[in-house]
Design a binder for this molecule. Structure first.
Ligand SMILES: Cc1cc2nc3c(=O)[nH]c(=O)nc-3n(C[C@H](O)[C@H](O)[C@H](O)COP(=O)(O)OP(=O)(O)OC[C@H]3O[C@@H](n4cnc5c(N)ncnc54)[C@H](O)[C@@H]3O)c2cc1C
Length: 477
C-alpha cells in the first residue's frame, strides 16, 4: 500500500501500530516527545550511581498473547522469561509463606491444590472465596454490561466475601493487575482479569518478565524493524497539534514549528495528552469531551541497592506488610556482582504517592529487613524512588463508556493507547492490542476508500502530561 502515516507517541501502542503499517508498505513516521521510546515502560541509567533501573517493574502473564507476539516479531522474546505455569510465592507476616501455583488439572481445578494450602485463609474462608471464583468463572460478561458500573468490592460483599478475604486474596490479584483498590475497580474489568488470567486456561497466569532493562529490550529492535521497512523514528520530537484540512486529518505541527503532512495520523498518547493536540473545536465535541472524565492511579517504585545479597527469592507478593510486591532485579537480570538490587512495586499507591522519597526508602528498608534478616546488617548502598502519579488510567466503575475505539469523528485521525476500548486493563497487552486495532482500521479504510463516523468539528484544551514522572534519589551513588 502507498501513503504516509504519522504516529504520535512512541509507547507500545504507537510502536505496535507502526510495525503493522510499515509491514503493509506504508511510509511510517513515529514522533516521540521524550528522548527515548517505550512510553510508560522504559528503563534508564541513573546518572548519579550508574545503575540501570526500570521506571517500574513490568510483568506480563502468558495470556498477554499480543504483547508476547510483538516481542517475538521484534526478535527479543528470548530476552524475557516466562514461567511454564503460575508459581507465586505469597509471604504473609502473620501466617508465613504460601505458594499459589497452577497444577495440571483442567481449569479451574488447576488452582485447587495450592489454594487449599493457602495459609492466610481458613477453610471456611476458602470455601467462600471458591464460591465467588466459581461465580466469576461462569459469568457471561457480554450479557452483563451493567457490571462495569458496579464496584468490585461491592460485588464481592454481595457474594459473601468478608473484609479479610478481600484483603488477603482478592486485593492480592486485583491491585497489581488493575492498579486500583477493590472498591474503586469496575467489576467487569476485574472479572475479565480472573477469567482471562486465572480461571479459563490453566497456563494463562504464568508470569513473565524482561531479563534486561525495558528500554534495552525494545528500543534498538523496534528502530531496526522500522528502518528495514522504510520507517522513521524521531525521538525528542513533540507534536503540538494535529492539522485538519478539507475535513480530515492532514498531518501534524511540531513544537519547533515544522509541519509534517500525512494521509493519516494515529494519536497513540494518553487521553489527557490527546486533547490539546486536537484541531480547533474538536476537544469540545462529545466524542472527545468525555475523555476529560478519565481518572488516573499512581504507581510508586522503590529501588534499593544493597552492598551484598539480602534476599534469595526471585519475586514475591506480601501480606500484612507495606511491601506489596518485591522483585529481585539482580536475579531477574542475571547480574553476578555483589550488589543486590530490589524493586518494591506499590500499585494503586494513593497512600504512598505523597510521601517524601526519603521516608519511603526508610519504611521499605525496614520492611525488607523484617522479612530478610541479611538486610539488617547489609548496608543500603543506594536507593531511588520513582513515583508515577498518573501511571495508568483508573479502571473505575463506568470506565467502559469512556473508552473509544480506534476511529474518531475526524476522518484520517485514529486513536491508540492502553486506555482505548481493548477490553483489557491498562497493560502492555492493551497497548499493543490498541495499536494493532488502530493500524487495522486505518488499513481497512485506505483499502476501501475512506469513510469515517461523523465529520464533526473542533477546540483545544490544556492538559497535563500523563507520564508526569518524578524521581527522588538518595544515597551514596
Ligand atoms: C510504574 C508502572 C508499572 C507498570 N507495570 C505494568 C505491568 O507490570 N504490566 C503491564 O502490562 N503494564 C504495566 N504498566 C502499564 C504499561 O506501562 C502501559 O499500559 C503501557 O506502557 C502504555 O502504553 P501506551 O503506548 O498506551 O502509552 P504510553 O506508554 O504512555 O505512550 C505514549 C507516548 O506518547 C508520548 N507523547 C505524549 N504526548 C506527545 C506529544 N505531544 N508528541 C509526541 N509524543 C507524545 C509519551 O511521551 C509516551 O512515550 C505499568 C505502568 C507503569 C507506569
Amino acid at each position: 500500500m502507498k501513503g504516509r502515516v504519522v504516529i504520535v507517541g512512541g509507547g507500545l501502542a504507537g510502536l505496535a501500530a507502526a510495525c503493522d503499517l510499515a509491514d503493509a508498505g506504508l511510509q511510517v513516521t513515529v514522533l516521540e516527545k521524550r528522548p527515548f521510546l517505550g512510553g510508560r515502560a522504559y528503563s534508564f541509567l541513573d546518572g548519579r550511581s550508574g545503575h540501570e533501573a526500570d521506571n517500574g517493574q513490568h510483568v506480563f502473564l502468558r495470556c498477554c498473547q499480543e504483547y508476547i507476539s510483538f516481542l517475538d516479531r521484534l526478535g527479543v522474546l528470548g530476552h524475557t522469561s516466562l514461567q511454564p505455569r503460575l508459581r507465586l510465592r505469597v509471604i504473609d507476616k502473620l501466617t508465613g509463606t504460601s505458594v499459589l501455583r497452577a497444577g495440571k488439572a483442567p481449569p479451574p481445578l488447576h488452582l485447587v491444590g495450592s489454594f487449599l494450602r493457602y495459609r492466610p485463609l481458613s477453610l471456611g474462608e476458602k470455601l467462600l472465596a471458591a464460591y465467588a471464583l466459581f461465580r466469576l468463572h461462569s459469568l457471561d460478561r457480554s450479557r452483563h454490561p451493567e457490571l462495569d458500573r458496579v464496584p468490585f468490592g461491592e460485588w464481592l460483599r454481595a457474594h459473601g466475601q468478608t473484609r479479610h478475604i478481600a484483603r488477603v486474596f482478592w486485593d492480592l490479584i486485583v491491585r497489581p493487575t488493575l492498579n486500583e483498590e477493590l472498591d474503586n475497580a469496575s467489576t467487569d474489568l476485574a472479572a475479565m482479569v480472573f477469567q482471562a488470567g486465572f480461571l479459563h486456561d490453566a497456563r494463562a497466569s504464568a508470569i513473565g518478565y524482561s531479563r534486561v532493562g525495558l528500554s534495552t529490550l525494545l528500543e534498538g529492535a523496534v528502530k531496526d524493524y522500522l528502518a528495514a521497512r522504510g520507517g522513521q523514528v524521531r525521538t525528542g520530537t513533540a507534536v503540538r497539534r494535529v492539522i485538519a484540512a478539507g475535513g480530515r486529518a492532514a498531518g501534524v505541527a511540531l513544537e519547533g514549528g515544522e509541519t509534517l503532512p500525512a494521509d493519516a495520523v494515529i494519536a497513540a498518547v494518553p487521553p489527557d495528552a490527546l486533547l490539546p493536540l486536537l484541531p480547533d473545536g474538536l476537544a469540545d465535541e462529545p466524542f472527545f469531551r468525555r475523555f476529560r472524565q478519565f481518572q488516573f492511579s499512581p504507581i510508586v517504585n522503590v529501588h534499593l541497592w544493597y552492598e551484598r545479597p539480602v534476599a534469595g527469592i526471585l519475586f514475591a507478593a506480601f501480606l500484612n506488610s507495606s511491601l506489596q510486591w518485591l522483585f529481585n532485579k539482580s536475579r531477574m537480570w542475571g547480574q553476578t556482582g555483589q550488589v543486590q538490587q530490589l524493586d518494591i512495586s506499590l500499585s494503586a499507591a494513593y497512600d504512598w504517592a505523597d510521601w517524601p522519597g526519603r521516608d519511603l526508602i526508610e519504611v521499605m528498608g525496614k520492611e525488607v529487613a523484617a522479612f530478610f534478616p541479611e538486610a539488617r546488617t547489609a548496608s543500603l548502598a543506594y536507593a531511588l524512588v520513582v513515583k508515577q502519579p498518573q501511571a495508568t488510567f483508573a479502571p473505575r466503575p463506568g470506565v467502559r463508556a469512556l473508552r473509544p475505539g480506534p476511529t474518531t469523528p475526524l476522518p484520517g485521525l485514529f486513536l491508540a493507547g492502553d486506555w482505548t476500548d481493548t477490553g483489557w486493563p491498562a497493560t502492555m497487552e492493551s497497548a499493543v492490542r490498541s495499536g494493532r486495532a488502530a493500524a487495522a482500521c486505518l488499513l481497512e479504510q485506505m483499502k476501501g476508500g475512506e469513510s469515517s463516523s461523523s465529520g464533526e468539528t473542533h477546540t483545544a484544551a490544556v492538559a497535563r502530561d500523563s507520564t508526569d514522572r518524578r524521581i527522588v534519589r538518595y544515597g551514596k551513588g
